[in-house]
Design a protein around this ligand. Structure first.
Ligand code: GP9
Ligand code: MN
Length: 621
């Protein structure tokens, strides 16, 4: 006996509504370049959609067609946004992106530049469906009585099958789920659940690194070399390290920074960015807190109600006043709300400044520096001042009069030229700022600290990669992309020191505390003082798959399918491939540090860490 659940017409209608979704899943996964996982992951995502259809058939009998249409439009919209997001960030749009919608205004040029007409094809089947439904009335869909009895069993069966597939992924990847091993639909579902879930502490893994974190350093090289001086930190937008001491057509790109490095400075030349979803703001967060940015959303949102102990707070305890300057709206990245708990007492944002010269997404760097002088003169010394520059922000557009480097031939009118022009402008304005500080008697008793917030030129963009590879004369890869300069200029110190220990923004706080001569116990933050550490270690977490790291000799790039054995690693000097097993210890350490950090911050435990130290967190469990 043949059981008939649906008529031919009904099947035809359902297909019109849903086959497009299946095709879109394959297309999306092709765009993401899923590799070996392509078919299995796509199958698992299709199962999810089939399960969803079953639920719709069971629950929304009256509006099945309408609901199917809505689901299709929703998925098409998500894939459209995902395509743009993936083309820039090489991952899928995270759920917390919702928080950032209000902030798209100033970066709308960057967003618009990501749209490709081809992405509209995600809506093609909806258009076809609309044309069909105009020509011919599509049959209504309803489920027969027999169908209603069978559907729940079918649903259970496919859920079990899908769970088995996901369980296998879990085993293969030790629980590191990524868009590349879950697929577009399932990753979004996972991301949504994970967003609300609390991350447990992986006690065994964290215990294994406690010895490293508790390590007491005997020597105190550089302790207090800038004691009681004013601190002027410039967190420079998109400033990468490759521009330092580099020339193009015989012109220095950063003559001012090169000069600084050459005299009265410590230059950390193996320093890397470690930002998370909050980009610029996460660079601030990790540098000031020495804890990793949130994995869920930008840290200034995720932890807005937390209690912290930051570099500005440590200095406030020493009698410093604190101030931050940024030529953008005060509420961007939630700064206005969180700065008080970050220890920044005065925040001078665009609203308090004269908008006399706007470039790109905000006030020009030159104008910001110039206008800051009056504020600096007005606050009690010593002060900790923090500048967030903007002009060298993607897409690196700047007026012709500021395009001062003559660039010819291959690099002319390229993204590399735009980048170099804005960086050159930033460099020049730092020079002008230093001149102003000298004029106002604010130079001699200050230190000027400069570091890049994050990369500006993405190696995963084909054109950019080709340009940089040719410009640098070596492959443009992750180690170069994440490398940012970190310069501590101490006027009249006679220093000319280059530190080659690998470090990252997480090390900023302990390194600065040492230089400023303030005790900070090593077991109260996750970073290390780079002047007194030999074993540099930099864990990456958001823009590379969790577990990736860089140390003094090598870089380990955790495979985006979450499988350790599929990862890559190479020697930083020789660029030769390294046996992956040599990286297991670092991989474990990266995961443990990130897990511990996330646990502490999500449970608002910084005050306890400050009192008892990091290892106490394990005792609490
Ligand atoms: C926004 C500015 C730029 O205020 O800091 O942020 P980004 O887009 O680089 O994260
Ligand atoms: Mn930035």
């Amino acid at each position: 006996m043949r059981i008939k659940f649906l008529s031919k017409d009904q099947i035809y209608t359902i297909c019109l509504y849903s086959v497009g979704i299946f095709i879109k899943i394959f297309v999306m996964h092709r765009m993401m370049e899923l590799g070996d996982n392509y078919f299995l992951v796509s199958l698992n995502n299709i199962i999810t959609i089939v399960a969803l259809l079953c639920i719709i058939f069971m629950c929304r009998e009256r509006d099945i067609k309408k609901t199917l249409l809505l689901v299709n439009i929703l998925i098409s919209g998500i894939f459209f946004i995902d395509s743009m997001y993936h083309s820039h960030f090489f991952t899928l749009t995270p759920i917390h992106g919702i928080y950032q919608l209000g902030q798209l205004g100033p970066v709308s040029n960057s967003v618009i530049s990501l749209i490709r007409p081809g992405y509209c094809l995600f809506f093609l089947d909806i258009l076809i469906l609309w044309i069909f439904s105009k020509k011919k009335k599509l049959s209504p869909v309803y489920i027969s009585l027999k169908g209603k009895k069978v559907l729940p069993f079918f649903l259970i069966a496919i859920i079990i099958f899908s769970s088995l597939l996901t369980y296998k992924t879990n085993i293969d990847t030790e629980g590191i789920f990524t868009p590349y091993n879950l697929g577009a639909i399932n990753y979004h579902a996972y991301d949504l659940i994970n967003f609300f879930a609390k991350n447990p502490l992986d006690i065994d893994r964290v215990e294994a690194i406690m010895e490293i974190l508790d390590k007491e350093e005997d020597n105190n090289k550089g302790f207090g070399i800038a004691k009681d001086r004013n601190v002027i930190v410039i967190q420079a937008e998109s400033l990468q390290n490759f521009v330092i001491n580099k020339k193009i057509n015989d012109q220095s790109i950063t003559p001012v920074l090169n000069q600084l490095i050459d005299k009265d400075s410590i230059y950390f030349s193996q320093y890397y960015e470690q930002v998370g979803w909050g980009n610029t703001s996460d660079a601030e967060f990790i540098s000031h807190n020495s804890f990793y940015p949130s994995l869920k959303t930008f840290s200034y949102k995720a932890f807005e109600d937390n209690k912290f102990y930051t570099l500005p707070m440590l200095l406030k305890d020493q009698g410093y006043s604190t101030i931050a300057f940024h030529g953008n709206q005060g509420d961007f990245w939630n700064r206005e709300n969180i700065y008080p708990s970050q220890g920044i007492d005065k925040y001078v944002s665009l609203e308090q400044l004269e908008g006399e010269e706007m470039i790109g997404i905000g006030l020009s760097d030159g104008s910001l520096f110039e206008q800051s002088i009056d504020f600096l003169k007005g606050i009690p010394q010593p002060f900790y001042s923090f500048f967030i520059t903007l002009t060298s922000h993607h897409p690196f557009e700047i007026d012709h009069k500021y395009r001062e480097i003559g660039i010819q031939d291959d690099y002319r009118d390229t993204i590399l030229e735009d980048y170099l022009q804005t960086i050159h402008y930033l460099d020049r304005e730092i020079g002008n700022f230093i001149d102003l500080l000298k004029e106002e008697d604010l130079y001699d008793n200050s230190i000027i600290v400069i570091y890049g917030d994050h990369e500006g030129l993405d190696m995963r963009d084909e054109e950019t990669n080709e340009l940089l590879t040719s410009f640098l004369g070596k492959p443009y890869e992750e180690d170069e992309m994440f490398k940012i300069p970190f310069i501590v200029h101490i006027p009249d110190s006679g220093l000319k020191k280059r530190v080659i220990t690998a470090g990252g923004q997480i090390d900023f706080f302990p390194t600065m505390a040492n230089i400023l001569g303030v005790d900070l116990e090593a077991n109260k933050v996750l970073g290390q003082d780079l002047l007194n550490t030999k074993d540099g270690f930099v864990a990456k977490q958001v823009h590379l798959t969790k577990g990736s790291f860089i140390d003094n000799d090598k870089i380990f790039i955790m495979s985006n399918d979450g499988v350790f054995e599929n990862s890559r690693a190479w020697n930083l000097l020789t660029r030769e491939a390294i046996d992956i097993e040599e990286c297991r210890e670092g991989y474990e350490r990266a995961l443990a540090e990130i897990n511990l950090s996330e646990y502490i911050l999500h449970n608002d435990l910084i005050p306890i860490v400050q009192k008892e130290g990091l290892s106490y967190i394990l005792e609490m469990e």
